[in-house]
Design a protein around this ligand. Structure first.
Ligand SMILES: [Zn+2]
Length: 150
């Protein structure tokens, strides 16, 4: 799922908790929870080969950057800008960061996380599910997040 949706939902979920440690844990879990739903995302396949073909991965790095920047903008506009919301935002996209890191610096622990994240959590990725549903679900998640944050 795109970073922006993860950031919006993760921040909303975190905001439900008075205890920031609990909020951080739930923001992290919110990432895996959202990835369970069938969704579409922009291509990031070339990021896997970023070490051998940096140039080809550049457009994808650019999408990631824009996606992330929109998330930060969201926090600035729709929260009281306290530090904890930025922490929730970062934590809510940490699993995707670890997956990118695993492509840049492959190692055993990151590999285990990668299999859990990309294979088991994204188990519906290749199922025949319409793009209409895959996009609608992300819109619904954003609406729910706004209701929580209100
Ligand atoms: Zn993910």
């Amino acid at each position: 799922m795109i970073l922006l949706v993860h950031i919006i939902f993760g921040t909303a979920v975190g905001s439900l908790f008075n205890n920031p440690i609990l909020g951080i844990m739930m923001a992290l879990l919110s990432h895996y929870f959202l990835d369970l739903f069938p969704h579409i995302e922009y291509p990031i396949d070339n990021l896997k080969n970023i070490r051998t073909n940096f140039k080809k991965a550049l457009p994808e790095l650019f999408y990631l950057f824009i996606d992330f920047a929109l998330g930060v903008l969201f926090i600035f506009i729709f929260t009281n800008k306290s530090l904890i919301f930025f922490i929730y935002a970062l934590i809510s996209i940490a699993p995707d960061f670890l997956t990118v890191l695993s492509a840049i610096l492959p190692n055993k622990i990151l590999k285990i996380h990668d299999i859990f994240h990309r294979k088991y959590i994204h188990f519906l990725r290749d199922k025949k599910i319409s793009n209409f549903y895959r996009i609608s679900i992300q819109i619904v998640i954003v609406i729910i997040s706004f209701i929580i944050l209100k």
